[in-house]
Every structure is written in structure tokens, then in C-alpha cells.
Write a protein that binds this ligand. Structure first.
Ligand code: PRP
Ligand code: URA
Length: 210
């Protein structure tokens, strides 16, 4: 499990995350910080993208340079909160395609309930990044990845912002082939299965619905 999970300790990410956790932070800033952290996480989560060498001419002379080798990517945000990370990662890889999986947690059982599923038709030719700021019990991430796996993507990585130990355990046990990236591993879950200390309800804070 150790090699499967990357927790970012970069000062820029930690600084932004602290402001996301602050309950005084309003939706506008919360959304901006969600995107900024997602963008910073791309640097590590996409470290293994292959490159190819091409010939180019600078204003001074000719040289060889490296560009992405055309690896096809897909981003799949888990609705709703995963959408808060989407624009930022698309800025990094504008050619990626986007799928959506709609899941909400039943308030009583905390089990995920699927309500939407639209994936790119050629997802079997793509490396997939699943996006969701919160990994709490892990139920939503485990189910979303199981749904995506039915379409045989080339690989799957999971990017979140705050993870609970229970969620990391559930996800790595259910999907040992999926690399997990998070900005923080928090202490625990409370009785309502919210992450402690966490940042509250990510969807509500992104979209201002509470
Ligand atoms: C939140 C969050 C995750 C899920 C995590 O979504 O965005 O999808 O809970 O919890 P879990 O690991 O215990 O499954 P929520 O169900 O609140 O829906 P929303 O994004 O529409 O608010
Ligand atoms: N979903 C959230 O948005 N926050 C939590 O702490 C747990 C699940």
C-alpha cells in the first residue's frame, strides 16, 4: 500500500489546503484553491507520461526538444465535487477527454448511489484520472473505479485532496492497481462519516449549496 499512495507535502499545497479547511473561506476562494491544488498535483501524478524527441528551430539555431508522446488521457470527475478539480487539470492537458460519474452518499447508510454515468467512447485507449476532492469511507471512489474498469481503460489513477485512513485502505484493497494521490491524509471519520479534521462537505462548499 505504501508505494500505491502519494501524499503531497509540498509547502504550496499545504498552504492552500489550510485555507480550504478554514470554515471562514467562502465558495469563490474555496473553488479557486481546489483548482490550484489539483493543478499542482498534476506535476507528480503525470510524472510518468512518455515523451518523444522532435527537431525544432529556436530563433538562434536548431536543436532537439521533448514533447508529450501523444498518450491519450481521460479525466473522470465524480459528481459533484470532482468537477471542482476538472478545469484545472484540463488547463494542463487540454486534449484530454472527459467522462462523468454521478454518485451521492446516502445520508443514512453513507453508501454511494449511482445516478449518472457517461464515459468517452474510446476510454479503452486512454489512461484515466479519476477526480474527487474527498476520500472518506472510500465507497464512492471504489464504486466509480469499478464502473470505469468495466470499459477497460489502459490505466486508472485517483486524485483527491483530503483522504481518511479508512478510504485509503478501502480503495487500495479493492483496486491494488490504482495509484492514489492526495494532498493530506487526515486522522479519522466522525459518526456521520465526515473526514476529521477535513474541510466539511466539499460539494456544498464548491457550489455554495449550504
Ligand atoms: C462526497 C465526495 C465524495 C464522497 C466521499 O460526495 O465528493 O464523492 O462524498 O465519501 P465516501 O468516500 O465515503 O464515499 P457526496 O456524496 O457528498 O456528493 P456531492 O459531491 O454531490 O456533494
Ligand atoms: N464528503 C465530503 O464532502 N466531506 C467529507 O468529509 C466526507 C465526504
Amino acid at each position: 500500500m505504501e508505494n500505491q499512495v502519494t501524499v503531497f507535502d509540498h509547502p504550496l499545497i499545504q498552504h492552500k489546503l489550510t485555507h480550504m479547511r478554514d470554515k471562514a473561506t467562502g465558495s469563490k476562494l474555496f473553488r479557486e484553491l481546489t483548482g490550484e491544488i489539483a493543478m499542482l498535483m498534476c506535476f507528480e501524478a503525470m510524472r510518468d507520461l512518455p515523451l518523444k524527441e522532435i527537431d525544432i528551430e529556436t530563433p538562434i539555431g536548431t536543436t532537439k526538444g521533448k514533447v508529450l508522446a501523444g498518450r491519450k488521457l481521460a479525466f473522470v470527475p465524480i459528481l459533484r465535487a470532482g468537477c471542482g478539480m476538472l478545469d484545472a487539470v484540463l488547463e494542463m492537458v487540454p486534449a484530454a477527454k472527459v467522462g462523468h460519474i454521478g454518485l451521492y452518499r446516502d445520508e443514512a447508510t453513507h453508501e454511494p448511489v449511482e445516478y449518472y454515468n457517461k464515459l468517452p467512447a474510446d476510454i479503452d485507449k486512454r489512461d484515466v484520472f479519476v477526480l474527487d476532492p474527498m476520500l472518506a469511507t472510500g465507497g464512492s471512489a471504489v464504486d466509480a473505479i469499478s464502473i470505469i474498469k468495466k470499459s477497460n481503460p489502459k490505466s486508472i489513477k485517483f486524485m483527491c485532496i483530503v483522504a481518511a485512513p479508512q478510504g485509503i485502505k478501502a480503495l487500495t484493497e479493492a483496486h491494488p492497481d490504482v495509484q492514489v494521490f492526495c494532498a493530506a491524509k487526515d486522522e479519522a471519520l466522525n459518526n456521520d462519516c465526515y473526514i476529521v479534521p477535513g474541510l466539511g462537505d466539499a460539494g456544498d462548499r464548491i457550489f455554495g449549496t449550504k
